[in-house]
Structure formats: C-alpha cells, structure tokens
Design a protein around this ligand. Structure first.
Ligand code: NAD
Length: 285
C-alpha cells in the first residue's frame, strides 16, 4: 500500500487522512465541493497544532506541518480513486449515500484497489454488493481523536479475502494504530459493544433516582481506576448524540432521552463542546 485515498474530510475523515500522511503515505482526500475542501484545510491546520500540543511522537520540529504537504485535496471522485491502493470511506452515516458512493467508486478505482468503510453502525455486508468487489472490501473503524485513541477495529464480511484482511491489518499498524482483529461481523464492533451497555447502566441508575451523576461517576473512577465515569463520557460524546441513540431505546432509555432534552439540550448544554453538560468545562478540580 502506497497511495491512500480518504473519502469525506469531516471529523473522522480529516483525522484519518492526517494520521496516514503523518506516517509517510501519500494521501488524496476527497470531499464534495470547494467549501468542504476549504474546511478540510482548516481541519488539517488544527490537527497539526493538536499533534504538537498533545506531544504526539515526533510531531514537533515541523513534522506535523510537513504532513499537510503529503495530502492532496480534490472534489473529483474519479481523480481521487485513479491511483489508490486503499480507499478509506468516511462519508456521512447514511446507507443509501454510502452505497451510491461505492457504486461510483467501483467504476473509478483500479480492480486491485481495496475499499474500507469507517462506518460506526452499518455492517460491512450491507455495503459489500455495491462495491462491486466484495472480496476486497471490509470495515476499518477508527475512534475519534485517532492519534491518541489509536484502535483500528478491522472487521471483514464472510466474502472478504483473508489476504486483503491481513494487508489492512498491516496498514493499520503502519500508521500507528493498534489493529483490533474482529472475527465475525458484529454491530458496534468491540468498543461500542462494551461501551453502550455501560453508559446505559449509568443512565438507568440516574433516571431511576438511585444516585446523582457525580456519585455514579465517582464510584466508577475510584472503584475501578478508570479515568472517567458514564456521565463524564456522555459529556465527551456529546449529549445530542446520546439523545439520538437513547430515544430509539427501551422505556428507560427513552426516559433518559427526555431528561437529556429538557434539562440539557433545550438549554444549549451539549457537553464538553459547549462548555457545559452534566459538568461545567473546564472542570475545576
Ligand atoms: P462528518 O459529518 O463530520 O463528515 C462527513 C464528511 O463527508 C463531510 O466532510 C461531508 O462534506 C462529506 N460528504 C458528505 N456527502 C458526501 C458524499 N456524497 N461524498 C463524499 N463526502 C461527502 O462525519 P464523521 O463524524 O466524520 O463520520 C464519517 C463516518 O465515520 C461515519 O460513517 C461515522 O459512522 C464514522 N465514524 C465517526 C466517528 C465520530 O466520532 N465522529 C467515529 C468513528 C467512525
């Protein structure tokens, strides 16, 4: 793998493109129009600063800034795919939109190109047929802030060629990720299969009036040594996302969604991003 193309330069796509270029690969980053590409350029500048501020290995001395020179931006999908060895797709989480982009990509990319989706909630088998190359397609799922939360969950479909799977695992390691092999398709991969029930358990304790967020979080932190409890994590994830997931859940989850809406979202308290959620930020220690 030498030439890597990333589709979508939003929150995750920009991070994937930057992390890949940081590790020496030539990257083409594709988005729909010039306005999106302008935002991508701003995201790359911000990431260069974050890598230095967060002390990412070797990011000082101009390496983070030089990374941007290895990323070429384009809004032409055919051009983006033309010489790609691997295409990583990080466009919005919408089945039809993703299927359409894979159908176009199937014609635009060389037959040998591997396609990987970063989708968080769609199983790769839902997209495999539209790629036109199900044996060269799988999921490669990153976590937000990939330079420090550096897991790369690798999940094929029953049709994925094992050598393609292995090549993507090796690529993930080359860009500084810890590859996480997943043996069977599983909604939520490993991380969300554990995190979501954990967060829901915390929410259940709150809506049943058992304890306050502070007490629930403190119990988890002190009792396990983990850095954050469920409500501290909800604030990081963002309360709008938490609301959208909870309102689709069972009765208790829906009560939590209502609480989120009335007590937080309607008051503009969306979590860390707005400076206030269950807690106020920056946190006073
Ligand atoms: P985002 O909305 O921040 O970015 C999506 C980008 O895709 C935007 O730049 C948008 O302009 C672009 N886009 C829109 N339509 C497009 C099209 N037709 N073709 C190409 N690009 C198009 O979204 P995100 O949060 O970066 O999520 C992208 C994918 O990554 C989703 O599948 C999501 O499940 C997954 N993901 C997100 C996170 C996260 O924490 N945000 C974590 C892991 C995985």
């Amino acid at each position: 793998m030498k030439n890597i193309t990333v589709l979508g330069t939003g929150v995750l796509g920009s991070q994937i493109a930057f992390q890949t270029a940081f590790h020496g690969f030539d990257v083409v980053a594709y988005d729909i129009d010039q306005a999106a590409l302008d935002r991508a350029a701003e995201r790359f500048d911000a990431l260069a600063a974050r890598y230095v501020a967060d002390g990412v290995e070797n990011a000082a001395g101009g390496r983070a800034a030089a990374t941007i020179a290895r990323i070429r931006l384009t809004s032409d999908l055919t051009d983006a795919a033309a010489t790609a060895d691997l295409v990583i797709e990080a466009v919005p989480e919408n089945l039809e939109l993703k299927q359409n982009i894979y159908r176009t990509l199937a014609d635009a990319a060389p037959e040998t190109t591997i396609f990987a989706t970063n989708s968080s909630t769609l199983l790769p088998s839902a997209l495999a047929a539209s790629t036109g190359r199900p044996d060269r397609f799988l999921a490669l799922h990153f976590a937000n802030e990939i330079w420090s939360h550096n897991t790369a969950e690798v999940m094929g479909t029953p049709e994925t060629d094992p050598s393609v799977y292995d090549a993507v695992v090796a690529f993930a390691a080359e860009i500084g990720m810890v590859p996480i092999p997943i043996k069977k398709e599983k909604a939520g991969y490993l991380l969300n299969s554990m995190l979501v029930p954990f967060l829901e358990a915390g929410a259940g304790l709150l809506v049943d009036g058992i304890a306050d967020p502070e007490a629930i979080d403190a119990t988890w932190r002190i009792g396990t040594g983990a850095p954050a409890g469920p409500f501290e994590i909800y604030d990081i994830v963002g309360l709008t996302t938490a609301y959208n997931i909870s309102r689709m859940g069972g009765e208790k989850q829906q009560r939590f969604a209502q609480l989120l809406k009335e007590q937080y979202i309607d008051k503009g308290k969306l979590g860390v991003s707005t400076g206030e959620g269950f807690y106020t930020y920056p946190r006073a220690n």
